[in-house]
Design a protein around this ligand. Structure first.
Ligand code: AFP
Length: 338
């Protein structure tokens, strides 16, 4: 079988797209290289002194893991030098990272979660890097302002993730479908393994942290109960799966279908997941793969963040499953109308 590397795939698609530039391809190339370096460090995690926490608390109020810190450093160091970016935003940094004047800059903005699911690292469970690429609005010059970065997910020109699991995978979209690549460690290249990924219209799996049930609204309880009782397309029952690393739960949903849910609750009224570095890039992939992503009332991709670390409820996966959730929330909302 002829094996297609991710670089070959990018060059082929660049030729097809009138918007793609060498700068954008270079950005992706450096991002992928950073992912390979992170993957190698994670593979050795149990052997080196890089497990456990740093003792610091990040902007999200969570314990920073040493590998979080390492992945963040690998990405920010390399991407600042790639020449395609004017700014970056990382889940680990409170403020916008502007490209310093000593480095060449470009028109793109990179938003990322360097290591999603990092609370799972110590138990050797999948983690991943999620990324979102935006373009600086036209007609702006000089130092980039925060308002230029706070764009709705619909403006993304690329998004994806690297999943560090039994094998390392890269899944991304530049708006022409979703493509998956598996890292061949012998060759040191990501090879096309999952061309044109499509989410089944309805799935058989629901994924939610049911430990939060006591904090859920009546509507959210009804949503989850629907998956307890509703038959699947083939008349069976939904099964429950929850890794607790969004990137891993989403990857399963992308391949097998079903729904991943992180609703708002009394303890987290805005939801837990970050709009810009988690929900929006995965929503872009879900829609590109024929699925749907919602905050329960409407499209994730239409939500405009009011700050870098804005949070959102998230329901993502098979179109029919996400539509069912929206239908239940709409019914509750209408019931409350005077
Ligand atoms: P971290 O990257 O800080 O570990 O965040 C993980 C996460 O945001 C997301 O990946 C999971 O789906 C979610 O948290 C799990 O959270 P719960 O433990 O609240 O279910």
């Amino acid at each position: 079988m002829a094996e297609v590397t991710v670089t070959e795939h990018l060059l082929l698609h660049q030729k097809k797209s009138p918007h793609a530039t060498g700068q954008f391809t270079g950005l992706l190339y450096d991002l992928i290289l950073s992912g390979k370096i992170i993957s190698r460090r994670i593979n050795k995690a149990g052997l080196l002194d890089i497990l456990g926490g740093t003792g610091e608390i990040n902007v999200q109020g969570e314990n920073v893991q040493k590998l979080d810190d390492l992945a963040n450093h690998i990405l920010t160091w390399r991407m600042e030098r790639c020449g395609a970016l004017c700014a970056m935003s990382s889940e680990e940094n409170a403020e916008l990272i502007r490209i310093r004047p000593e480095f060449p800059s470009g028109e793109y903005i990179l938003v990322f979660d360097p290591l999603d699911g990092s609370s799972n690292i110590d138990v050797n469970i999948n983690v991943g890097t999620i990324f979102s690429i935006l373009r600086r609005p036209q007609g702006h010059a000089g130092e980039i302002r925060l308002e230029e970065v706070l764009q709705p997910g619909a403006n993304q020109i690329g998004a994806g993730y690297m999943l560090y699991g039994p094998s390392t995978m890269l899944v991304f979209s530049t708006g022409q479908g979703v493509h998956g690549f598996t890292l061949d460690p012998g060759v040191g290249e990501f090879l096309l393994s999952h061309p044109d990924m499509r989410i089944p219209r309805q799935g058989r799996i629901y994924s939610v942290n049911e430990g939060n049930r006591r904090n859920w609204s009546e509507a959210t309880r009804e949503v989850v109960d629907w998956f307890h009782t509703c038959p699947t397309k083939d008349g069976g029952s939904y099964s429950s799966r929850y890794v607790g690393a969004l990137v891993a739960d989403f990857h399963r949903t992308l391949i097998n279908g079903g729904i991943y849910m992180y609703p708002a609750d009394a303890a987290k009224p805005q939801g837990k997941l970050r709009l810009m570095c988690e929900a929006a890039p995965l929503a872009f992939l879900a829609e590109q793969a024929g699925g749907r992503a919602s905050d329960g009332m409407g499209r994730i991709l239409e939500r405009k963040p009011d700050h870098l670390h804005a949070r959102t409820p998230l329901f993502i996966g098979s179109a029919d499953d996400v539509e069912a959730v929206e239908g239940i929330y709409a019914r509750f909302k209408n019931d409350q109308l005077p």
